[in-house]
Design a protein around this ligand. Structure first.
Ligand code: NAD
Ligand code: DAU
Length: 348
């Protein structure tokens, strides 16, 4: 039985990856290592918690002793590393937390894997899941390719860029077998309502203002999270060692257009008069260092591995909105307590 470590599996993307691996690969023993920060939630993976090929481990990747001991205890065959501090606005408030988890935490995993595997790297794989934000901002034209130079602008993207560099350095210096992917904005179920789409869905449900940063003319490339999990599965199994793949949705939206679309769909679903939710749109102070546009050229993963998004944005958004409307209890639970303080601080 192969032993696979997935970090951050109680978070948004990680929970979809854990679910896919546990259900699709009964021959793998899947270990989900997560510190259960504000973004980690065992409710996200409740449906698989009793499966015999699944083990949850609560722990912090910043703790090097703990990480080393875990690798010694289980001698993992592969690692999929998703644990991270992931929200740009929080990185502006507390950059050091991002250095700790995203840089030191990644280093600890790299060291543990290198030390555990050094006798024989064959059939081992360290998969680092990263973001398109490492490339910085595009102007109105062009796409990020795997050769675009790194140019991060936020503490979050700088910490992710740093972790990517360390992964490559461990590959070059020690021969650690790695693959790396840089993905665009994900959306879907179990997305924490601090990020644009789930935040605005929750606010529309509760008739709260929709805080659009700046003039709203910022562009993101949106990918359905289950399509990201499919791509991650493919890269883990079929990606070439020491290669990077960009993953994206071929699906660019200006924030304000996306918000208007969300308002329209939500009005229909909630039986509200057309235009009701648009009245909630409020332009607020811009995010400092706000990147104008991200857009991915995903042709390498398409040509080399045959991946492309399986759902259209219309289908993905419909599924996502239905999920939130059918899971208001989940929304209520994650927006009680500390969330209220965060919201007050960020948007007051
Ligand atoms: P998330 O914030 O929803 O989840 C992160 C998870 O990591 C949580 O379960 C949290 O408890 C855990 N975690 C945080 N610090 C930890 C620590 N020190 N030790 C152990 N666990 C810890 O994040 P996400 O949106 O699911 O993103 C997952 C990964 O994908 C991240 O590496 C992120 O950079 C990358 N990514 C995200 C997106 C996106 O649109 N969300 C796009 C591209 C890449
Ligand atoms: O591109 C991939 C990245 O996408 C991931 O690496 C990050 O982990 C993920 O959080 C996401 O980063 P963004 O900063 O693009 O996502 P966010 O949902 O925070 O914001 C999307 C856009 O919406 C961005 O232009 C900022 C804007 N925005 C966001 C919030 C939370 C608003 O206008 N108002 C808001 O309240």
């Amino acid at each position: 039985m192969k032993k696979i470590l997935i970090t951050g599996g109680a978070g948004f993307i990680g929970s979809h990856v854990v679910r896919r691996f546990v259900n699709k690969y009964p021959e793998y023993q899947v270990f989900n290592l997560d510190a259960l920060t504000y973004a980690g939630n065992l409710e996200n993976i409740k449906d698989i918690e009793d499966k015999s090929n699944y083990t949850f481990v609560k722990g912090d990747i910043v703790d090097d002793n703990f990480v080393n001991e875990l690798f010694k205890q289980y001698d993992f065959d592969g690692v999929l590393h998703l644990a991270a501090e992931s929200h740009v606005d929080r990185s502006i408030e507390d950059p050091l937390a991002f250095v700790k988890t995203n840089v030191i935490g990644t280093m600890n995993l790299l060291n543990a894997a290198k030390n555990q595997w050094k006798e024989n790297f064959e059939k081992k794989r360290f998969y680092h899941i990263s973001t398109d934000e490492v490339y910085g901002s595009l102007g109105t034209k062009g796409l990020f390719t795997e050769d675009t130079p790194y140019n991060p602008n936020s503490p979050y993207s700088a910490s992710k860029a740093s972790s990517d560099h360390f992964v490559r350095a461990y590959g070059e210096t020690y021969g650690l077998p790695y693959v790396l992917t840089n993905c665009s904005n994900n959306y879907g179920s179990y997305h924490f309502p601090e990020k644009l789409i789930p935040l605005f869905i929750n606010n529309i449900i509760n008739n709260k203002q929709l805080p659009v940063y700046g003039d709203g003319n910022y562009t993101r490339d949106w990918l359905f999270v289950e399509d990201h999990a499919i791509a991650i599965d493919l890269v883990f199994h079929e990606g070439k060692n020491h290669e990077t793949y960009n993953i994206g949705g071929f699906n660019e939206w200006k924030n304000i257009d996306l918000v208007r679309l969300l308002c329209e769909i939500m009005d229909q679903k909630l039986g509200r008069e057309k235009g009701t939710s648009q009245n909630l749109i409020t332009y607020v102070k811009d995010r400092p260092g706000h990147d104008l546009r991200y857009a991915i050229d995903a042709s390498k993963i398409n040509v080399d591995l045959g991946w492309k998004p399986s759902v259209t944005f219309e289908e993905g958004l419909e599924k996502t909105i239905n999920w939130y409307l059918n899971n208001e209890e989940w929304l209520k639970n994650v927006t009680s307590g500390a969330y209220k303080d965060y919201y007050q601080k960020q948007y007051s």
